[in-house]
Design a binder for this molecule. Structure first.
Ligand code: ASP
Ligand code: MG
Length: 412
């Protein structure tokens, strides 16, 4: 039997009624002849509540117990989904991560899936079970402790199962009906994309288009898992949602597919560091050890052997970055006159695989921002992305004007 993976996010299993609605969708796919693996999230808001309880109990918590607590939301929805399917007459049972087993690394709260042996579930399918409901977001470490995969991790669970079971497709049911050219809350002209390439989705996901966990897209790209993002609140149809697929399968060749943003960025500048070989390593080494996700970097021209170094990072990592850099200064590893944090910035990015072959995208982006009087503070580019750091108060204006400039409302 062909296998289909269906993942239901927190809003799709938020109440018993919604679980019923999701189960009906599963029933439709079973009727088409699929063996279905259902991956469930916790009911929406549940994981936040559990994280809150852990923090309240033990601010410097033992991550193994954090995982024991926060993984529990998925256990509840997995059991309820299996019961609902059974009530509909569909042979189903639930599996917690360790029962499958979903083998992960021991990096608690942020573990990676290493292996999913398919035998246990496959043998149940062979016996006539139609649906395996698996608790998303969780696994088991080599030491036999419960792990979780990082927030939003059940997307990654779903893709990993699709790869392990060579599924025809991995459908991700969420509360939005697909991937948009930009955030519809910011531009009313945002359009749903019918198809998008893995590469573009990866950029959009990591840039803060929160539809899919970034790692799930990386995994889908590596194993060529066909992903579909769709809403569980829309009527079922073959046209529903957005298909995330290989570049060759996305026929259109638009220069820009989407405008992404990340609201909470910070710009950090080290004033007057010695411009010598190894200085970048001496600065970014401690930052990386401190877990700071450095994104854009610029080193200014140097004068008399000294230079300024600027980088961006998420705003909630500013304190950690300051601690790491001041620590390195105290140890004498680096020397700087001042460390300035600008926490009023955001990042806006244009993403599109068409950029590889079409020139002028950057020029158009900069001209558009300049026409709006928006000052660009830092620029970074990759093959398929151009990002700028600008004042946060211009975020909406920048997104809207770029969406207009690249005519994304005409995207079909
Ligand atoms: N329940 C987990 C979270 O809220 C995992 C997920 O839903 O993907 O992060
Ligand atoms: Mg999610």
């Amino acid at each position: 039997m062909p296998v289909l993976v269906m993942k239901f996010g927190g809003t799709s299993v938020a109440t018993l009624d919604r679980i019923k609605r999701a189960a009906k969708r599963v029933g439709l796919e079973v009727a088409k002849g699929y063996d279905v693996i259902v991956i469930v999230s916790a009911m929406s808001g549940k994981t936040n509540e559990l994280v809150g309880w852990v923090n309240e109990t033990s601010p410097l918590y033992d991550a193994r117990e954090y995982d024991a607590v926060v993984s529990s939301g998925e256990n509840v929805t997995a059991g309820l989904m299996a019961l609902t399917l059974q009530e509909m007459g569909v042979p189903a049972r639930s599996w917690q991560g360790w029962q499958v087993p979903v083998k992960t690394t021991a990096a608690h709260a942020n573990a990676r899936i290493e292996d999913i042996p398919p035998e246990n579930i496959s043998s149940k399918f062979a016996e006539g079970m139609k649906v395996a409901v698996v608790a998303g977001f969780q696994g088991i470490s080599p030491e036999g402790r419960i792990t979780t995969l990082g927030r939003g991790g059940s997307d990654t669970t779903a893709v990993a199962f699709a790869a392990a079971f060579d599924a025809d497709r991995c459908d991700i049911y969420t509360d939005v009906d697909g991937v948009y050219t930009t955030d519809p809350r910011i531009s009313q002209k945002a359009r749903k994309l019918h198809k998008i390439s893995f590469e573009e989705m990866l950029e959009l996901a990591s840039l803060g288009a929160k539809v899919l966990q970034t790692r799930s897209v990386e995994l889908a790209m590596r194993y060529k898992v066909k992903l579909r993002v769709l809403s569980s609140f829309e009527e079922p149809s073959d046209e529903a949602g957005t298909l995330v697929c290989d570049e060759e399968d996305t026929m259109e060749n638009r220069p820009v597919s989407g405008i992404a943003y990340s609201r909470d960025e910070a710009k950090m500048t080290l004033i007057s560091v010695a411009d010598r070989p190894g200085i970048a390593a001496a600065i970014f080494g401690p930052l990386s050890e401190a877990g700071v996700n450095v994104d854009m970097i610029i080193q200014n021209i140097s004068e008399e052997g000294r230079t300024d170094m600027t980088f961006s990072c998420p705003i909630d990592q500013v304190l950690r970055a300051q601690k790491a850099l001041n620590g390195a200064k105290e140890k004498g590893d680096i020397n700087f006159h001042d460390l300035i944090a600008d926490t009023d910035v955001c990042k806006v990015s244009a993403v599109g695989i068409g950029m590889r072959s079409q020139s002028g995208v950057a020029a158009k982006m900069f001209k558009t921002l300049s026409d709006e009087g928006i000052n660009i503070k830092v620029i970074a580019t990759s093959e398929i992305k151009i990002s700028v750091l600008i004042d946060r108060k211009y975020l909406e204006l920048a997104v809207q004007s770029l969406h207009d400039a690249f005519e994304l409302e005409k995207t079909a």
